[in-house]
Structures are given as structure tokens and as C-alpha cells.
Ligand binder design. Structure first.
Ligand code: PMP
Length: 393
């Protein structure tokens, strides 16, 4: 590293970079955050931390990120296998696929934007609408990326804490609406709790904040079955996000969508990269949508497994929250980190949510197929027995 730095600075000597060369020579190395001369990002970005989801070495039972735990539709596999490398020389064209998705949702193509996962939809929506002085209302605990993308804007995120039951904090959210409210982001079902807001609640929130966008993130819609997608274009401030990362099993392709009234979506399209959804993802979308039999099978499998898994959690005497999604939040208590480690030792990855607001001691466990969850139940029973044994020592 020091050698590389000296080679670099040698090349720069006698050029306009002389002050930089002296700064590097003074400190002896290139500091990772730059030096006093290097360009600084906006103050908001300087205050942020890098977010690294705890991925890595996940070739085992993945019950940590709420993905599909098995595979996508075989129809997608076939299309992928048939893609020519020649087709990769072209920039992706999303218009036609957006029209197919819109038709599937019963919407007009102008009301749907495909995105690089819902993450891009959230990011671009926030970049498009949030400015200094604006407020983003966020019922918490919720999906981490809302706060991260908000913290890169000049707006303020206003957390609205759920009670101990982790139910949607409806009354508190209504009371928090101000003239400065610009976006209200609601994951429905919510993560990590699995709890939901009702359609009537969402309608009332939209009506009480006509000057704000109500973003309903339906990432886990297929496991819940209720939606407000049919109200897109009817309620003027409603936007709905969906992902192909969960039930469809395409998290690695990065595919999501943002639906909303044309008047709002055309602002978003100004900020959205025209090529952010790549051609492999676009090619896979129509077969994924068309194979409803596969989707129904996978969702049915998860719902049956969820019932069995919840019963197993009850049997070991742990508290959990009623979930309408493909995961269950479980109260492990003070020894949550040890529990996560014990499960990992038994080949099952689960996600510690202890650092989420109001979630100390709570671990989120994704629900996969019945067969996989039988394996998870064995690991759970053994982990709890080990925790109880250690506790007695
Ligand atoms: N919204 C919610 C509520 C989520 O839990 C997640 C992923 N865990 C996302 C959005 C992100 O989805 P995507 O993979 O489409 O970016």
C-alpha cells in the first residue's frame, strides 16, 4: 500500500497535484477517507455509515433474508438458458415488458415503472420528492433501506414507534401528519414484524395527507393476499411497490416495480435510469409472471410451513408475532446472539433484529418449504435445549 502510494505520488510530482503530493507525504499513506484536499460529499452523506447486509457463506438453509428458499419457476430457467450472448450487446429495452407487467396488474403502462429491485424504487422516489424541511413518516420497526435512502436526502425521517404488540401504529401515524409530511412509507405486510395495516387504514391515511405520497410497499403481498394495487390511479397520492425477490424467487436478478398515478410517476421517470433493469431480468419477467401455478404452489407451501413452524415456536414456549408474510419474528430474549450462532452451527441462518427499534432480543426467521422448516424446527429445538442447558449451569 505504502509502495503504491509512493509510486502514485511520484507520477504526480511537478503537476498541479503538488499540494496533494505533500499531503500524502506528510501522512505517509493515502487515508481511505481521503485527506484535507480531497472532495467531500454532502454533510448528510458524511454523517452516514456504509450499510453491509450480513450476507456471505450462505450455502446452507437461508432463513435470514426472506428470499424464496428454493428456486424460481422452471419457465424462467428455460428462458435464461436460451439467452444468446449476442443479445447482451444491446441496451435493455423495458417499455414492452412494462406493458406486460401493467396488463398483469390491471394498470395502464404509464402507471408502472420497472426498477432494479424495490430498493431502486424507494431510492428514486425519495430522490425525486424529498427535499430540505420535508418529513418522511416511517412506522418502525420496518425495512432498513427506507431510513438509509432518506438519510441521503435533506429531508427528515420521523419514526413512529409501534407498541409492544408491533401492530401498525395507525393512530400515532395519523397524529404525526403535518403540512411538512411529503412521503409516508408503509411496508404491508411489514418487516420484521409480519403485521399489517388494513385497507381502510391505508385509505384514511391517504385521505388525511393529500399533500403527501403514501407509498405502500407490497414486497410480501403474495403471502398476505390483500392489496391496494387496484386503487392505483384512483387515489391520487397512492403509490405501490412490488418485488420479484420474494415469492417469485428472483432476488439475484434485481427486479421490482413502482406503480402510481401518471402525474406522480412521470416525475420519478426523470430520475430513474432508463437501463437500470438489465436485459436478463427483463427477459425473465414474462415467464415468471405467466407461471402462476408455480407461484401458487410456492406460496401455498410457505403458508402451510408457517402454520407448522408457529406451532413449533409455541411448543418451545417462545413468543412470536402473528405474521402475514414469509417470516416470523421470535422473541429469544437476552441470548439472541447465542441463539443465532447455535442455529448457524446447525446449518440454519436466521436474522438477529435486536438493533431494530423496539426489537431487542428478537430474531426473524424466514419461512421456506415444509421440508426445510422441519429441518429448522429440529435446529430450533436443539438450539433452545442448548440455551436452556447453558442457562442452568
Ligand atoms: N421492501 C421490503 C419491505 C423488503 O423487506 C425488501 C427486502 N428485504 C425490499 C423492499 C427490497 O426488495 P428488492 O429485493 O426488490 O430490492
Amino acid at each position: 500500500m505504502a509502495e503504491a502510494a509512493s509510486t502514485n505520488t511520484a507520477l504526480l510530482k511537478g503537476t498541479g497535484f503538488s499540494p496533494y503530493v505533500s499531503a500524502v507525504e506528510e501522512t505517509g499513506a493515502l487515508a481511505p477517507e481521503g485527506n484535507s484536499l480531497s472532495p467531500k460529499p454532502r454533510a448528510r452523506v458524511q454523517a452516514m455509515n456504509e450499510y453491509h447486509p450480513p450476507l456471505g457463506c450462505r450455502d446452507t438453509l437461508r432463513l435470514d433474508f426472506n428470499e424464496n428458499t428454493l428456486a424460481c419457476s422452471p419457465a424462467v430457467h428455460e428462458v435464461l438458458a436460451g439467452i444468446s450472448t449476442a443479445s447482451l450487446t444491446r441496451y435493455p429495452e423495458r417499455g414492452q415488458i412494462e406493458a406486460i407487467v401493467a396488463a398483469h396488474l390491471g394498470l395502464d403502462p404509464a402507471q408502472v415503472a420497472l426498477t432494479n429491485g424495490v430498493d431502486e424504487a424507494i431510492h428514486v422516489l425519495f430522490e425525486t420528492f424529498l427535499e430540505a424541511g420535508d418529513e418522511l413518516l416511517l412506522p418502525v420497526p420496518t425495512y432498513t433501506m427506507y431510513e438509509i435512502y432518506a438519510s441521503a436526502t435533506e429531508a427528515n425521517a420521523v419514526p413512529i414507534l409501534a407498541g409492544d404488540d408491533l401492530e401498525f401504529p395507525y393512530e400515532r401515524l395519523l397524529a404525526a401528519i403535518t403540512p411538512r409530511t411529503k412521503i409516508i412509507a408503509i411496508a404491508n405486510p411489514n418487516s420484521p414484524s409480519g403485521t399489517v395495516a388494513t385497507r381502510a387504514q391505508l385509505l384514511e391515511i391517504a385521505a388525511r395527507a393529500p399533500h403527501a405520497i403514501l407509498l405502500v410497499d407490497e414486497a410480501y403481498f403474495h403471502f398476505f393476499g390483500e392489496t391496494v394495487m387496484d386503487l392505483v390511479g384512483v387515489i391520487p397520492n397512492l403509490m405501490v411497490a412490488r418485488t420479484f425477490s420474494k415469492a417469485y424467487g428472483l432476488a439475484g436478478l434485481r427486479l421490482g416495480l413502482l406503480a402510481g398515478p401518471v402525474e406522480l410517476l412521470h416525475w420519478v421517470r426523470r430520475v430513474l435510469s432508463p437501463y437500470s433493469v438489465n436485459s436478463l431480468a427483463l427477459a425473465c419477467l414474462p415467464p415468471a409472471l405467466a407461471d402462476t401455478a408455480y407461484l401458487d404452489w410456492y406460496v401455498g407451501e410457505v403458508l402451510a410451513a408457517r402454520t407448522e413452524f408457529e406451532a413449533a415456536i409455541d411448543a418451545v414456549g417462545l413468543r412470536h408475532w402473528p405474521s402475514q408474510a414469509n417470516f416470523v419474528l421470535v422473541d429469544i430474549g437476552p441470548r439472541h446472539a447465542e441463539f443465532v450462532r447455535l442455529m448457524r452451527d446447525r446449518g440454519v441462518l436466521v436474522r438477529d433484529r435486536s438493533s431494530d427499534p423496539g426489537c431487542d432480543g428478537r430474531v426473524r426467521i424466514t419461512v421456506g418449504t415444509r421440508e426445510q422448516m422441519q429441518e429448522a424446527i429440529v435446529a430450533l429445538n436443539k438450539a433452545m435445549a442448548a440455551l436452556n442447558r447453558n442457562g442452568e449451569e
